[in-house]
Design a protein around this ligand. Structure first.
Ligand SMILES: [Zn+2]
Length: 74
């Protein structure tokens, strides 16, 4: 069984466990909303997410991972 690349929990889909996968989906959704209102790039968005005090731990893990490894989506 594959493990989450961020927290090593078992039973993952797509490289992340359900917690990190949910955080990833929320990040992509938030970025889609931000894109409509400005010029923010994906990396700029991730940087802001990583810096923000309000960002939860799961989302921060995912944002750091995507920031260093690139956007796995489209
Ligand atoms: Zn995880």
């Amino acid at each position: 069984m594959a493990r989450c690349s961020l927290c090593q929990r078992e039973g993952v889909e797509g490289g992340y466990c359900s917690y990190h996968m949910t955080a990833y989906a929320n990040l992509v959704e938030a970025f889609e909303a931000w894109k409509k209102s400005g010029e923010l790039t994906w990396n700029g968005f991730l940087g802001a997410v990583i810096q923000a005090k309000e960002t939860g731990g799961w989302a921060k893990d995912v944002a750091r991972d995507l920031f260093s490894n690139g956007y796995a989506g489209k």
